[in-house]
Write a protein that binds this ligand. Structure first.
Ligand SMILES: [Zn+2]
Ligand SMILES: [Zn+2]
Length: 217
């Protein structure tokens, strides 16, 4: 499985950085785009740099309904795509997606999206959010948008799919850094407040995040 960071607060040379998050998952010939960043123009630019065409995207999964994760949605919707979104999303957004995509899948419970890729289901009481759980050889890797439900709660929910191996994405204000000890791969992206402390505590396990970064699981 291959992960390409398409949109992030940081960027590799040749890519644009902006507050927001988007990541492409490729497994065999299947492509899933997780979140769409804030700006359609920046999303399009970074996708071009990575050689991604929207028509190749079979599934779009949206973590939560904040503009820095859904803002670029319109530029990647196409008549062949299925969109997985938390059931709590607004009627307005669901209607927009239903008009432009092949299929809308409203998510509430944990389930498989396709072999090797699962959703935690909709978590959290305030801002509801789904995270993805990816099968890697060594265990499962959790992919978060902003981790509003609390990263520790998301990691806990992901354990139904296997032993935790890594975590990638926005961790927001998460500060129970010692609870990451058991993980082998930590890729703090986007809104993670304590990036520097994570690097300091786990220098050998932490991987740099930024638009244009590609990792193999
Ligand atoms: Zn958010
Ligand atoms: Zn965010």
């Amino acid at each position: 499985m291959k992960l390409s960071i398409v949109y992030d607060n940081e960027a590799k040379e040749g890519f644009k950085s902006d507050w927001g998050f988007s990541c492409l998952i490729e497994s065999g010939d299947r492509k899933l785009l997780f979140d769409t960043g804030a700006s359609g123009d920046i999303l399009t630019y970074n996708m071009q740099q990575l050689g991604i065409r929207k028509e190749e995207i079979e599934i779009i999964a949206l973590s939560h309904e904040h503009g820095d994760h859904t803002g670029g949605l319109d530029v990647v919707l196409h008549p062949g795509v299925a969109v997985y979104l938390p059931r709590s999303f607004s009627r307005r957004l669901k209607k927009n997606v239903a008009e432009k995509a092949a299929r809308v899948v409203e998510v509430s419970d944990p389930k498989e999206i396709f072999p090797g890729v699962h959703t935690t289901g909709e978590l959290g009481r305030g801002i509801k959010e789904q995270s993805l759980v990816l099968d890697a050889e060594e265990g499962v890797v959790v992919l978060t948008g902003c981790a509003h439900p609390g990263l520790e709660n998301i990691l806990e929910a992901a354990t139904v799919f296997g032993e935790l191996y890594g975590v990638i994405g926005g961790f927001h204000g998460f500060d129970k850094l010692e609870s990451l000890q058991g993980l082998e791969l930590i890729m703090p992206c986007h809104c993670t407040v304590r990036k520097k402390e994570i690097w300091g505590m786990y220098p050998e396990k932490t991987v740099r995040c930024g638009a244009g970064e590609v990792i193999e699981l």
